[in-house]
Design a protein around this ligand. Structure first.
Ligand code: 5GP
Length: 196
């Protein structure tokens, strides 16, 4: 890591079904100085998921207790379940000189900006409606939402794209990964110069 480097957070967001999680996983595989911010959620683990790896899985009561303690930098209701980002966990990683990457929904990304105004905000855009529709098809939607409603929600979420520092059109995974890597490198260089 660069001497006198000031670690930061990379917030990766965008509409549901755009491929954020896949991109973030790939980015993490290749960068030892980047750690994943493990969110806390009330949703049930999928068969291949482990507590403390993809998420901290908690009951609604536990989530409410953590909320009252004020540990979350942001939380949101996604697909009828609660998801939250713990500020204490992020700050621990930042103080150990690691950059942190977050994978959160559009609502959460807007909220976390007040805690981390100097973070790097990246919005992932689907290449077109057909691709997004294919990706959303068969995915679990929010309670009571059909495919058209999910597409409408994705479209309204895309109106927030202009609030972000970077936009990445995810039409090809290798190209998107290369762009994300370039964003991380550029921001690291910028922070080095600011500090010296
Ligand atoms: P999944 O349950 O499929 O892993 O994630 C569902 C959605 O929740 C995704 O859009 C993901 O980006 C979002 N998400 C994951 N963790 C958090 C979080 O801590 N806060 C917010 N606001 N959204 C999150």
């Amino acid at each position: 890591m660069i001497k006198n480097y000031q670690p930061t957070i990379f917030v990766v967001s965008g509409p549901s079904g755009v491929g954020k999680t896949t991109l973030v996983k790939r980015l993490l595989e290749e960068d030892d100085n980047l750690v994943f911010s493990i969110s806390t959620t009330t949703r049930k683990p999928r068969s291949d998921e482990r507590d403390g790896r993809e998420y901290y899985f908690v009951s609604r009561e536990e989530f409410e207790r953590l909320k009252e303690e004020g540990v979350f930098a942001e939380y949101a209701l996604v697909h009828g379940e609660l998801y939250g980002t713990r500020k204490d966990l992020i700050d621990k990683e930042l103080s150990s000189e690691k950059d942190v990457v977050l994978d959160i929904d559009v609502q959460g990304a807007a909220k976390i900006k007040s805690s981390y105004p100097n973070g790097v905000y990246v919005f992932i855009i689907p290449p077109d409606e057909r691709v997004l529709s294919n990706r959303l098809h068969g995915r679990e939607g929010r309670a009571g939402e059909d495919l058209n409603q999910r597409l409408e929600r994705a479209e309204s979420e895309m109106e927030h794209a202009g609030d972000y520092d970077y936009l990445v059109v995810n039409d090809n995974i290798e190209k998107s990964i290369a762009l994300l890597r370039a964003i991380v490198s550029a921001e690291r260089c910028r922070r080095e110069r600011l500090w010296l």
